[in-house]
Design a protein around this ligand. Structure first.
Ligand SMILES: N[C@H](CCC[C@H](N)C(=O)O)C(=O)O
Length: 306
């Protein structure tokens, strides 16, 4: 089989992208793992297939929400598992859609995902905060929720997280932003650096569908009045990644919840792969950040052994 693959990343959360307009590629978990493998494959934190929604069974709910969601983002984690949503991935898909000519970069790209419809706009250059030249996109990431409810807010959390190499004193807060997250605050940047994320943190009670774990250190408010925080993440189905868009949203929601009613609406979230901007507007969250396409190639594989 020959596939035309494109590599792209958002703050170094990287993906193997497949242009599969008519839904012809049978993207099995085994093929995802083979493509995502950083030694024997192309390499990526995830694999994303861009399909016409009309050719994607899992797009039905989003299409019912907005018939204009003509394209479906089929996101898969590197281990082959399916996830509902990928915040960095949506931005990279927007850049991919521009390259493919399915979107001209103006107005909004309305994408169907397993978590519903996501709307993306390209930021005009004067709004792009970074100087590295990569285009920035803002995604309307939809509603956020605290599955632990008001009790979790009162108690500061609804879960306990244990991380190798670290004493975690505080409770963790479960946050849903279309996919599940567990956010825990650490005492300082030294602890953040010390955490061993080569193994999945243990979360109790165990979330029924797994979870993405964010370790965060709030850094106060900057001169622009926005909040700042730094985080590392262990992603469900992947492991530690250099960035997680939905994780940045969950982290901002959690830190804002802990900080109380007067906390900023806007948060700069520093991740190992760069910085993204999260805006928590009432019960909804928006994510802005860069997206870059780096390579593309036709790959034939798996190669038959002689
Ligand atoms: N591992 C996540 C999906 C990818 C999320 C992350 N790459 C992002 O940018 O949001 C999960 O299983 O829910």
């Amino acid at each position: 089989m020959t596939l035309h693959v494109t590599k792209g990343h958002g703050t170094r959360n990287d993906f193997v992208l497949l242009d599969d307009a008519d839904g012809a590629v049978d993207l099995t978990p085994a093929l995802v793992r083979a493509l995502a493998d950083r030694r024997s494959g192309v390499g990526g934190d995830g694999v994303i297939r861009l399909v016409r929604s009309a050719a994607a069974d899992d797009a039905a709910a989003a299409l019912a929400e907005d018939p204009g969601a003509a394209w479906f983002m089929d996101y898969r984690n590197a281990d082959g598992s399916v996830a509902e949503m990928c915040g960095n991935g949506v931005r990279v898909v927007a850049a991919f859609a521009e390259r493919l000519g399915v979107w001209d970069g103006s107005g909004e790209l309305v994408l169907a995902t397993r978590a519903g419809v996501r709307r993306v706009r390209r930021l005009p250059s004067h709004e792009v905060p970074a100087e590295d030249g990569a285009p920035w996109y803002e995604v309307e990431m939809g509603a956020w929720d605290l599955p632990g409810g008001p009790a979790a807010v009162d108690d500061g959390g609804d879960a306990q997280v244990s991380v190798a190499g670290l004493e975690v004193a505080r409770p963790a807060l479960s946050v849903d932003v279309g996919n599940p997250h567990t956010v825990v605050a650490l005492a300082d940047l030294g602890s953040l650096a010390q955490a061993d994320l080569t193994r999945a943190p243990l979360v109790a009670p165990a979330p029924p569908h797994g979870t993405n774990v964010e370790l965060v250190v709030p850094l106060g408010e900057g001169p622009d009045g926005a909040g700042r925080l730094r985080m590392r993440v262990h992603e469900r189905g992947v492991g530690e990644t250099e960035s997680c868009g939905t994780g940045a949203c969950a982290a901002a929601v959690a830190v804002r919840t802990w900080a109380g009613a007067h906390a900023p609406e806007t948060w700069w979230v520093e991740v190992p792969g760069g910085t993204v901007r999260v805006r928590v507007v009432g019960g909804r969250v928006l994510l802005a950040g860069p997206a870059e396409l780096t390579f593309e190639a036709d790959v034939a594989g798996p190669v038959a052994t002689r």
